[in-house]
Write a protein that binds this ligand. Sequence first.
Ligand code: PLP
Length: 355
Amino acid sequence: MKKTFFTVGPSKLYSTVPAHIRRALEDDILSLSHRSQAFQEIFKNTVASLKTFCNIPDGHHVFFLTSGSEGMERVIQNCVSEESFHFVQGAFGEKFHRTAVGLKKKTALQSAKNKNDFDTPVPQTAEAVCFTQNETSTGYQAPPEVIASAAKRYPEKLVFVDVVSSLPYVDLDYRAIDCAFFSIQKGFGLPAGLGVIVVSPRALERALALEKKGLNVSWYHSFGQLLKYAERNQTNETPNIMAIYLLGKIIEDMKAVGLAAIRKATDDRARRLYRFFEENSDRFSLPVVDPVLRSRTTLVAGVTGGSAPLITKLKEQGLVVGAGYGTEKENQIRVANFPAHTDDDFERLSVALQN
Ligand SMILES: *Cc1c(COP(=O)(O)O)cnc(C)c1O
């Protein structure tokens, strides 16, 4: 039976991925040199497509990394000399914080399970405020307006946003964000193996200034190196050429659908599934109490009596949902609601959940 993956990443592939992979093979994309003109065209097209699709300002830079986790390390390593501040709603926010600790930064962490937790003052000495816009482990989100208001409140601090499991759905004002990073195996419906970071001119400047002073120790993916190669539409290393190619192709396909239509479909499916969980409160619970903080792209529900039997039953019908994360593994399910998913997928899921 053909399975439909509702797992939160890797997840269901975008429908056109197999055709693009075949085309890449036919066109010898996978044997191209990463110093060739043909590769530079691919690099340039993917960056340009991403910028127009996500409304990223011209002056912002797009660099390729290997993963979302690398994004956490690079933003701290490149832009923070001493201290970062972290709003944390689950395991990925904790990982972001731990990354800063691992890089020997002074840190402070604020748990944000209520909307007004985001009003907690950020210490004056913190150089950066870090958000996990969509917390895949717990199904919380940091609403875009919360991030925008922090940017306004702390104009001198850098704002870093993990958008690994919310792009391209989430509508961010990149003019107010210094670094945003993601990987492609979640909302873009692609195989894993590529990270992307969007860097503001100000963040780049900060990184280059720290590098000059010798305060940030990194080389291979320092912003200076990333910039040097990106200016030639290249990467320092031999990159995941197939992934860079596929990302550009998938964005063009998503553009044909339209980001407004993708966002509306995502909102509608999320609303229907949350309503279903609410209407079946004998069997399901919603751990994120405030609807404003509920993720639209990775939905989490508690399952009365434990989630394992339900996950097994769904799997028998070809519907693969995620287990809960960490200590909630046996108690919750997680359901991805990415652009690759269709209304029909969700209809089949909700019928299966009803029985
Ligand atoms: C998956 C995920 C990551 C880690 O991304 P990788 O590409 O697996 O390194 C980071 N943050 C969030 C919110 C995620 O969902």
